[in-house]
Design a binder for this molecule. Structure first.
Ligand SMILES: [Fe+2]
Length: 64
């Protein structure tokens, strides 16, 4: 069954917020990695943060 549009928008909004939380967490991990001198890990965490940010933007775009 196809959910009514209101539910889809709510789902996308909730997903976008979760992606934003993921971004914050990966940015925090990147900072910790930098503090420990783990540069490769820092860059991977930043790349992951960027990916999650793109996911959130896509959710917001789909939600209109
Ligand atoms: Fe994601």
């Amino acid at each position: 069954m196809t959910p009514p549009p209101g539910e889809v928008r709510e789902m996308l909004e909730r997903d976008a917020k979760e992606e934003a939380t993921d971004v914050e967490n990966y940015v925090r991990l990147a900072a910790l990695a930098e503090k420990e001198g783990l540069i490769a890990l820092k860059l991977k965490m930043e790349e992951q943060a960027a990916d999650e940010d793109e996911h959130g933007q896509e959710m917001r775009r789909l939600g209109g």
